[in-house]
Design a protein around this ligand. Structure first.
Ligand SMILES: Cc1cc2nc3c(=O)[nH]c(=O)nc-3n(C[C@H](O)[C@H](O)[C@H](O)COP(=O)(O)O)c2cc1C
Length: 211
């Protein structure tokens, strides 16, 4: 069993961490993104399926491709953010199970035969992995601005091929429309002076019970 983290770490990860909409003029480097992925990837998923795929939009051109699909209230903060990540999931995640879950070779076929199980597993676990990403980002000193206000279907057509091949793409997970977006998250170093007052959360007795 591990020791609890120091009190300041709880502040950085949860109590003082906010959803940011304004950003300092400080880039998010490739090195930070690599460390971010190499931290969050250790979070648990069912059958170690790891269905989440992440597209980091940093260039002006890639942000402009995203712009038309954003809800109006999400445009300004997203275009201003140093980086926006599309948290997506791969419906063909089971093809990686021989690597990810080698001690149970039957698991790939279980998923391959059950599209409903694939969809539920991909959605549930990519959401979890998106949360791991946000907590890992905070641990690395970044701030986050998650968003579900966008047109998933049109974004998927634009970024995930929707049936098109992806000749020359480095990323093997892009082709043929089997990747779908879950949510977006702006990443960067937040401008705390622009935050609204913190909204409350439910008390323990409102949200929890002990049986
Ligand atoms: C999955 C998800 C989707 C969200 N979608 C939006 C959104 O589309 N637009 C927006 O302005 N905020 C969005 N939010 C931000 C929430 O409103 C915010 O995280 C919440 O109010 C808590 O704020 P706090 O972290 O500053 O306490 C979203 C948050 C999450 C986790």
């Amino acid at each position: 069993m591990s020791n609890a983290l120091r009190d300041e770490a709880f502040d950085q990860l949860f109590r003082a961490a906010r959803t940011h909409t304004a950003w300092l003029d400080k880039p998010v480097t490739d090195d930070v993104l690599t460390r971010l992925y190499d931290t969050m990837k250790w979070g648990p998923t069912s059958a170690n399926s790891s269905p989440a795929r992440f597209v980091f939009l940093r260039s002006r051109e890639s942000k402009e491709r995203l712009r038309p699909f954003l809800a109006p209230g999400n445009v300004e903060k997203t275009m201003a953010a140093p980086l926006t990540v599309i948290v997506a999931y791969d419906l063909l995640f089971c093809e990686k199970l021989p690597k990810l879950f080698p001690h149970n070779p039957g698991m790939r076929n279980l998923f391959a035969a059950n599209p409903q199980l694939v969809e539920a597993t991909a959605q549930r676990n990519s959401s979890l992995q998106g949360a791991y990403l946000m907590i890992a980002a905070r641990a690395l000193g970044l701030d986050c601005g998650p968003m579900s206000g966008f047109d998933n279907a049109r974004l998927d057509e634009e970024f995930f091929g929707a049936g098109k091949d992806c000749e020359g793409c480095e990323q093997e997970f892009f082709p043929a429309g089997h990747v779908k977006s879950n949510f977006l998250c702006n990443l960067g170093y937040g401008d705390a002076s622009k935050l609204y007052p913190r909204a409350p959360r439910l008390e323990f007795r409102e949200a929890c019970t002990i049986l």
